[in-house]
Design a binder for this molecule. Sequence first.
Ligand code: ARG
Length: 576
Amino acid sequence: MFSPSAVLAPRVSVAIEEAFGAEFRGADPVLRPSQFADIQVNAALALSKRVGLPPREVAARLVERLELGDVCETVEISGPGFLNLTLKDGWVAGQVAAMAGDSRLGVPVQEAQRIPIDYSAPNVAKEMHVGHLRTTVVGDALARTLEHLGHDVIRQNHIGDWGTPFGMLIEHLLDVGEGTDEARLVETDPNGFYQAARAKFDADDQFANRARGRVVALQAGDAETLRLWGELVEFSKHYFNRIYTRLGVTLTDADLAGESTYNDQLAAICDELEAAGLATMSEGALCVFLDGYTGREGKPVPLIIRKSDGGYGYATTDLATIKHRVQDLKADRIVYVIGAPQALHLNMVWDTARKAGWLPDTVVPVHTQIGNVLGEDRKILRTRSGAPLRLLTLLDEAVAKARAVIDEARPDLPEETRATIAPQVGIGAVKYADLSVAHDSEYVFDLERMVALTGNTGPYLQYAAARIRSIFRNAGLEPAAATSTVEIQEQAERALCLALLEFGTVVTQVGDELEPHRLCAYLFQLAQAFSAFYENCPVIKAEPALRESRLALCVLTLRVLEEGLGLLGIEAPARM
Ligand code: ARG
């Protein structure tokens, strides 16, 4: 890593140990860029109590021990005991040169963990909604980032491909006839198909009875019923894959691990829990009652693992995911990128699995909570008529809006080029909007703002990268040829260098904290630092040595922007 804080942290640790003794080995000083200094060290405050000295005195002792002559221009004690470090320009430039020579741009390879990551998980014969869009986009960015950090990422698309609705869906399929246009709706307009089945189920008793009978046949493994079910799943897969391709996410059929894959394990799970005394019968259902989960009036909340009709539900299947991920996939960390409202469900499932001995303490489950996507009325996003939004329509709209923005900004580009760029920008805009907000916050879905070329948007970053490419194109130069060392003359150059050096740290944090919005915020800052540099520092018109140095900075910025967007799953058009 080339980030000054990362490089200097071990040196500060050594100084702490030397100043206060071996028992302070491993004391973790906090170093970070701040508005007051290139790097601010916060160690004295935490140490002060332990060593029984006022913080400024602690800071003074650290300064005595710190050997930073090669790196820092000045080291000053400030405020209640911070150390303010001012880095030497030459050292910063040297770090930038080292980073430019590193194909990983300072992103470390971490000790590999096996990480199953559960994301997307739409439901068969149902429309994907904006919530599914968000888990898909966030999950995919995390999968890409964790993989880049050296982990074994195992994508698990836990699609909803089982359960009682299949009774009515199969009967409806038989009614409309296999292979008919109406049957094909599962592929093109799943909600249309679902609603039609639902309407009949609600209105027609005979149909409802057939549907119930079908559920029994499905659960009993009746061959013809399974074939029909498989057909519905197959159609849905086409529909999912159309959306995945459109979005440019990495999920493939090989990552499907739907609810149905766990069917044959559910009975054993219930038996095991019952035998262990963890599950008990309550009102005909088999339930797990856990300490600490109480609802209104202090009533215990059950985790239902077998319903009174004998069927298994969502909780039982999720218990099976844990066994599978721990025992078969050998997980070190298990990531569930799913809706925030499912926190209770997941916690109950994990606690049950821990009690049953299926989830050892060495395996860390994480719920990456996905917040709601809202409409302008601040309610869950729907169409004007109140129907759930069709995702493909939404993506079409985004691309059309992006096209309009590009037509206006770049009428000089050939029609063909603009047609290629529009989907890159439109889809990039939607993905970036999902990623740039903390994954657990709600946000208002506003296409107009998402596709804007200014502000913290995907198109702004794509444009920043494309603009750097155009500097080279206009000068008739190849970006790869700009390999000069960097010389810092202007303040804006220095600021850009410092921003560039943080890339490795930020990507590491995204992997550790599972928070892609940090990378978005970083790239936005970097693009702004680049803008300021480009406004203040002539590149092509500078005298030769300086020109080479500045071109090298341009290229490094370009590489970081493109790599960063790539980790987020966002394309970077070469021109825009
Ligand atoms: N299919 C579910 C839904 O649409 C999400 C499943 C999430 N994954 C899980 N392991 N529970 O809400």
